[in-house]
Design a protein around this ligand. Structure first.
Ligand code: ES4
Ligand code: ZN
Length: 326
């Protein structure tokens, strides 16, 4: 019999990835040791047992708690380098990476430490891993609009390293319109804009992200299907939706992967992409999400190729580079 060829995952772009959500238990304990931080878990297995979430907030509580181990520029560089090594194995050629500066500055870690550390790993990635990258600075929507404005001003010296602003954390009760002013400043500064919307929140939040914040992409957006007019708008303007299937299952946005609306979104003509969100917590990186939807939803090779192609089309790569991937 012919030995099976080594599998080479489809080349793809990762467009919805929180770098803090790539902190694997092994690295968390190594950084805890290096920084003299004590984690409230006996060992890696005990930590993994805590990865059983009932909703977005139950995940965010652990996500923010584990960040206590991230203190120095080296920590952020090591975190990003570990992600990029795994991304390469998953066929990722381009990654647009979220970070949450307020989750670090609130603990006394300067924003420059975060950005310089991440940038060190990202700058080396084209040569080391054959991966190009962009950085997306997210505002925590459950913090105040003033805090977001102060964060944007603190990031001004580093804006040459930042491609876009985003909006994440606890969605319900924190509509996009709360951040109208900081998004206007970001756009004036030449940045792209994205926002998480329609994950746990209603279609009205997706409308606000489009009409009040003027976003170029919607992160998640799965609840958009509840509003026919919204779907028509997203299709007409070819607004990308960065969908995260394994995340949606783990955070109970959908009951079961077999019930995921991804096929319906493709059928509706939406520009959807498949992404990993917080892969250390949700059980899979980029290619793992592709294989999971293939197996649970019966997507054929053509659908998978469409998803990979969409990921480049929806990216913030310059026109020439993007065209070369399509
Ligand atoms: C997040 Cl899955 C998700 N949703 C909203 N905010 C987040 N931050 C990190 N992961
Ligand atoms: Zn996310």
């Amino acid at each position: 019999p012919t030995p099976s060829a080594p599998k080479s995952p489809l080349p793809k772009a990762e467009l919805h990835l929180h770098i803090e959500g790539t902190l694997e238990p092994e690295l968390a304990f190594a950084l805890a040791e290096r920084n003299g931080v004590t984690l409230p878990y006996a060992d890696q297995d005990a930590l993994r047992r805590a990865y059983s979430f009932t909703d977005l907030q139950s995940f965010l509580n652990l996500y923010y708690a584990l960040m206590a181990v991230l203190r120095t520029e080296d920590d952020f560089a090591d975190l990003a380098d570990a992600y990029l090594a795994r991304a390469r194995e998953q066929g990722v050629r381009h990654a647009e990476i979220f970070f949450d500066p307020q989750a670090h500055t609130a603990r006394g870690v300067p924003i420059g430490t975060v950005i310089r550390g991440l940038s060190r790993a990202l700058d080396a990635a084209p040569e080391t891993y054959g991966i190009t990258t962009r950085l997306i600075m997210c505002f925590l929507r459950d913090e105040s609009a003033e805090s977001a404005l102060a964060t944007f001003e603190a990031a001004r010296p580093y804006l040459d390293r930042i491609t876009a602003v985003g909006l994440d954390s606890a969605e319900v009760g924190h509509p996009p319109s709360k951040f109208k002013e900081v998004y206007a400043l970001a756009r004036e500064a030449g940045l792209k804009c994205v926002a998480h919307a329609g994950e746990e929140g209603p279609p009205a939040y997706v409308w606000e992200a489009l009409d009040v914040l003027g976003v170029d992409r919607i992160d998640h957006g799965v609840r958009s299907l509840e509003d026919e007019r919204l779907v028509a708008r997203l299709v007409a303007d070819r607004i990308p939706l960065t969908v995260c299937p394994l995340s949606n299952v783990r955070l109970r946005v959908v009951d079961d992967l077999a019930d995921h609306p991804l096929p319906a979104m493709l059928d509706a003509g939406l520009l959807v992409t498949v992404n990993s969100d917080d892969p250390a917590y949700f059980g899979g990186y980029a290619h793992d999400n592709f294989t999971a939807v293939r197996d649970a939803l019966g997507l054929d090779d053509e659908a998978l190729r469409t998803l990979a192609r969409n990921s480049f089309e929806a990216s913030f790569l310059d026109e020439g580079t993007r065209a070369a991937y399509l």
